[in-house]
Design a protein around this ligand. Structure first.
Ligand code: FES
Length: 142
């Protein structure tokens, strides 16, 4: 199944720096013309995971209730604040809520040696849902 997504800018556009995403927190990137982040990045267990800001419950629905607020109160899950769906931060799998068993759409990142984060795919206009099962996390080297 192919899910059409809005155009994203080329990978040369910096999203943020690794220092913007502390352990156990999320960071929203690339706000659209309505101020909604197109994607967000989560750091958990020292790894960074990037997801489209598009809840699978209602295709394309933004998930945060305010900027960068993508996690549950206990910080263990990515959470859609519309109807309370909870997702594993590392796999994007919905483990609670109305879209149980569905997945968030993963976004591959490029991280420069200086810690600058950008998109890995310069022509990201659509994603195959099956791609979301791939492990594409990033471990920072100390
Ligand atoms: S739109 Fe996300 S849980 Fe309903």
């Amino acid at each position: 199944m192919t899910i059409r997504l809005p155009d994203l800018p080329p990978s040369s556009l910096p999203l943020c720096h690794t220092g913007d995403v502390p352990e156990g927190q999320a960071y929203g990137c690339l706000p659209d013309e309505d101020g909604q982040d197109r994607l967000f990045i989560v750091r958990q267990g020292g790894s960074l995971y990037a997801w489209r800001n598009a809840c699978p419950h209602i295709a394309g629905a933004p998930m945060a209730w305010k900027r960068h607020a993508y996690l549950s109160a206990d910080g263990r899950h990515v959470m859609c604040h519309a109807h309370g769906a909870r997702f594993e931060p590392d796999t994007g799998l919905c483990v609670h809520g109305p879209c149980l068993g569905s997945r968030l759409l993963r976004v591959a990142l490029h991280i420069s040696p200086s810690g600058q984060i950008s998109l890995a795919n310069p022509h990201l206009t659509s994603l195959q849902a099956s791609e979301t099962t791939e492990k594409e996390n990033f471990h920072e080297r100390g």
